[in-house]
Design a protein around this ligand. Structure first.
Ligand code: DMJ
Length: 592
């Protein structure tokens, strides 16, 4: 109504001025015509430019970058450090301290439990995953770290064990995903780094046994494999289901196996999973953590970057990088996914504005209608994402082939800048979760939201930004309070350091290393998990996870090593930190 009145008043005013001067009107009409023509041309031009910008923003940015050249004002990326102070050379003292830690872990294992799947450093014992005997879970997972660190004596003994004792002829059920990422991945990396055929022989034997898990109506692999009987086995705890991360984190390993054997069966089975996921996706980019393996579709379940989701996201990027950025389908899937994550899951905490990823939990009302509840919970597992986003920004969203170190914002697309910022902020958040009594981060944190009730529960002692759910003074700590020697934060620090050269990431990595040394190191040998990161003196759990030697100490070593060791331009790391070389695909690949 107000608008109509206003328009009417303007029209009256215009007709009044027109009636008062006809000569002037002609002139004005003539000039109005030329103004109208000019405006129309301008409008059409603007629409074309806007349309082009909308469709090809990166081309425009690239052209302007080339045109403006070095005179273009460089804007620094947050978290990229000072471009004049980068130093990618080794910090020898710290690097060697990590080697010493690795030896402390390995030699204790070798002394007490050589060949057993797992190690218990307090009781000085080993154990196997099943009664049928070990499958080299710890040995295979550790060999490439020895090769990278130059520990030749340890390597020779481990290789001898693989050559003479390792057998997969075990009539028992093993987790498909864990066996692939730790044992198959470890053997493949060991083969690449040593060129010793024994590792490839064992890898092919294991790969062939795992291949049987893909024999399902959809092609999604089953959760377990009976290695001795060569048959896939469904998970009785989740009938009809497989977890998304588990089926979508076998691809780097199986594709590399095809490259090494010239047998494309491994590639095809692994790629089929990705095609199923692409076709089955819910709103673009979103994936729940469970799929139905009969029908190859997602089922209502949590959506998160943490457990059962994490490495699905990691491998989207890494599949694109593994084949030298030639398979654009993965770049597109990755881009959709990062958009969805930013649209639905990235949040900031109430007080210090820490960036974190929330989870979406499905709920049904009385009428069976589905809705999604946002939960401010973040697993430590999510801490891989910070470094991964920064790496993704400078590879999938780069406007030039090789982005310099540190990158300039002008060389990234707007999505690249977004991902970079989120990545750098997520690392800051993961470091904030290390602000505990031990300096170690808990397994799971919750971020504060107004309705969490924590203020009244902890009367006056409520934390500002995050807390460990269920932790109460003088009570047995919840599982969320543990630190089990996980690598994800140091993995991100390694990636962030490699793409920035900013020594702050090394300083943070050193802090974490020192906390591990202080609270997890067992004097008689090995390292143990901590039951509560907020309790001093610490209580240990008698277990040294295999990923301490394959991931945590490897990433720490690489963080302090010269950046020419396993450069990110030539290598992708599987989710257990086993490096595979980047290659051009040997067969026609990709799906749409
Ligand atoms: C590792 O086995 C792998 O990194 C996996 O993707 C997630 N969990 C552990 C380490 O925390």
């Amino acid at each position: 109504m107000a608008d109509a009145t206003l328009r009417k008043r303007n029209a009256t005013k215009a007709s009044q001025s027109a009636a008062s001067s006809n000569d002037a009107e002609d002139v004005e009409v003539a000039s109005a015509t030329s103004v109208t023509t000019g405006r129309l041309a301008y409008l059409v031009f603007s629409i074309i430019v806007a349309g082009f910008l909308y469709m090809y923003p990166d081309v425009i940015l690239q052209l302007s970058e080339q045109w403006l050249g070095s005179s273009y004002v460089e804007s620094p990326l947050p978290g990229a450090g000072d471009p004049h102070a980068i130093d990618l050379s080794a910090d020898i003292g710290k690097r060697d301290a990590v080697v010493e830690a690795f030896k402390h872990a390995w030699l204790a294992y070798e002394r007490d439990a050589m060949g057993d799947d797992e190690y218990h450093p307090i009781s000085h014992k080993g154990s196997n995953l099943t009664k049928a005997g070990g499958i080299g879970y710890t040995v295979a997972d550790s060999i490439d770290t020895m090769l990278i660190m130059g520990l030749d004596d340890e390597y020779q003994r481990a290789k001898e064990w693989v050559a003479t004792k390792l057998s997969f002829d075990r009539d028992a059920n093993f987790n498909t995903f864990e066996t692939t990422i730790r044992v198959l991945g470890g053997l493949l990396s060991a083969y690449h780094l040593s060129d010793d055929p024994v590792f490839l022989e064992k890898a092919v034997d294991l790969g062939d046994r795992i291949l049987t898990t893909f024999d399902t109506p959809s092609g999604l692999p089953l959760t377990m494999v009976n290695l001795g009987r060569r048959v896939g086995v469904a998970d009785p705890d989740y009938p009809g289901l497989v977890s998304t991360a588990e089926v979508a984190t076998l691809q780097l390993e199986f594709r590399y196996l095809t490259l090494l054997t010239d047998d494309d069966i491994y590639w095809k089975k692994a790629e089929k999973v990705m095609a199923i996921i692409k076709a089955a996706r819910m709103p673009p980019g979103l994936a729940t953590i469970f799929m139905n393996y009969q029908e190859g579709r997602f089922v209502p379940a949590a959506i998160r970057l943490g457990s059962r989701g994490d490495s699905y996201y990691e491998y989207l990027l890494k599949q694109y990088l593994q084949t030298n950025r030639t398979e654009h389908v993965y770049r597109e899937m990755y881009a959709d996914t990062m958009d969805a994550i930013h649209g639905h899951l990235i949040k900031t905490s109430m007080n210090s504005h820490l960036t974190y990823t929330a989870e979406l939990i499905p709920e049904r009302n009385m009428n069976g209608e589905l809705s999604w509840r946002l939960t401010p919970k973040q697993d430590h597992l999510v801490c891989f994402l910070g470094g991964s986003l920064m790496l993704g920004a400078v590879t999938t969203e780069a406007l030039v082939d090789e982005v310099p170190i540190p990158p300039k914002s002008e060389l990234l697309t707007s999505h690249g800048i977004r991902d970079w910022k989120t990545g750098a902020e997520l690392i800051r958040t993961c470091m904030a979760t290390h602000e505990t009594a031990t300096g170690l981060a808990p397994e799971i944190v919750h971020f504060r939201i107004p309705s969490d009730g924590v203020d009244s529960m902890l009367q006056g002692q409520a934390p500002q930004d995050w807390y460990i759910k269920g932790a109460r003074p003088r009570q047995f700590p919840p599982l969320d309070a543990r630190y089990i020697l996980r690598p994800e934060t140091v993995e991100s620090l390694f990636l962030a350091f490699r793409v920035t050269g900013d020594r702050r990431y090394r300083e943070w990595g050193w802090q974490i290393f020192q906390a591990i040394e202080k609270h997890c190191r067992i004097e008689t040998g090995g390292y143990a998990s901590v039951v509560n990161v907020d309790e001093l003196p610490v209580r240990h759990e008698d277990k040294m996870e295999t990923f301490l030697m394959s991931e945590t100490l490897k990433y720490l070593y690489l963080l302090f090593a010269d950046a020419s060791v396993l450069p990110l331009s030539d290598y992708v790391f599987n989710t257990e930190a086993h490096p595979f070389p980047v290659f051009n695909p040997p067969i026609r690949t990709g799906f749409s």
